[in-house]
Design a protein around this ligand. Structure first.
Ligand code: PEP
Ligand code: MN
Length: 264
């Protein structure tokens, strides 16, 4: 279903009037996790002021250690939607458990993120295939491009073709960065599939200072958008603070990106 052989023209995924996969590059930004109502409100304001058109934040976090902050849960969805509505932004949030799909629909989460750790959770993929909300399908930690494409078929087969691929770096031999951004995957996917491809340079690099270079590389390679971690006070972040841009760094990255692409 997702192959260009089946559909030669690009699919444009629409999120409340925004087009992902069209002429304009779309920027999704926000904190790794929802922490408190004020943190979420400040983050949402920075995101809108910086010029991003979609707000991201996780209420359910797939942490490596079960002893670390796991996300606020349903209360986090409340804070996220409250902040998003104040700024008039659609929201992206990660769904980890089929049992929470109805809750995500009740909260009207605009875009459902399937995280790297769930890329091959085939039951979860089939369930999000039955609804009509756009889905961001992140690349698995060590998934090949063909495994990733097949994972997207699990969603598409249920009738939901509003799928956006998100390259977020892969495991490599080198611990110098958190992951290795696979820039090559962008043109590979654009050739293989008609669906949009975005890049998450934050989880790829793992360091805020790496994010601008990786963002430029992603757009130069043809990405349809970026998903960036932005936090009002990265040093105090409950999760992924090292890779979060503060308001000033986010603002200057957006200024750097504008000449490179039609960033709305
Ligand atoms: C995230 O987007 O916050 C996240 C957990 O990313 P990934 O699934 O790519 O690790
Ligand atoms: Mn994160």
């Amino acid at each position: 279903i997702v192959s260009r052989e089946v559909q030669p023209d690009n699919t444009v995924v629409h999120v409340r009037g925004l087009a992902i996969g069209g002429a304009a590059v779309q920027i999704i930004a926000g904190p790794c996790a929802v922490e408190t109502a004020p943190q979420m409100q400040q983050a949402a304001r920075l995101v809108r002021e910086g010029g991003a058109r979609l707000l991201r934040a996780g209420a359910f976090k797939p942490r490596t250690s079960p002893y670390r902050f796991q996300g606020l849960g349903v209360a986090g969805l409340d804070y996220l939607q409250e902040a998003a509505q104040q700024q008039g932004l659609p929201v992206v949030s990660e769904l980890m458990d089929i049992r929470l799909l109805d809750t995500f629909l009740e909260y009207d989460i605009d875009v459902i993120e399937i995280g790297a750790r769930n890329m091959q959770n085939t039951n979860l993929l089939k369930e999000v295939g039955r609804i009509n909300k756009p889905v961001i399908l992140k690349r698995g930690l060590s998934a090949t491009v063909s495994e990733w494409l097949m994972a997207s078929e699990y969603i598409a087969i249920g009738g939901n073709h509003n799928i956006i691929f998100c390259e977020r770096g892969v495991r490599s031999f080198d611990p110098a960065a958190r992951n290795t951004l696979d820039v090559t995957a962008i043109p590979l996917l654009k050739r293989e599939t008609h669906l949009p491809v975005i890049v998450d340079p934050s989880h790829a690099g793992g360091k805020a200072w790496l994010v601008p270079a990786l963002s430029c590389a992603a757009l130069a390679a043809g990405a349809d958008g970026l998903m960036l971690e932005v936090h009002p006070d990265p040093a105090q972040a409950w999760c992924d603070g090292d890779q979060a841009l503060d308001g000033a760094a986010f603002g200057s990255l957006m200024a750097q990106l504008r000449p490179l692409a039609q960033v709305l």
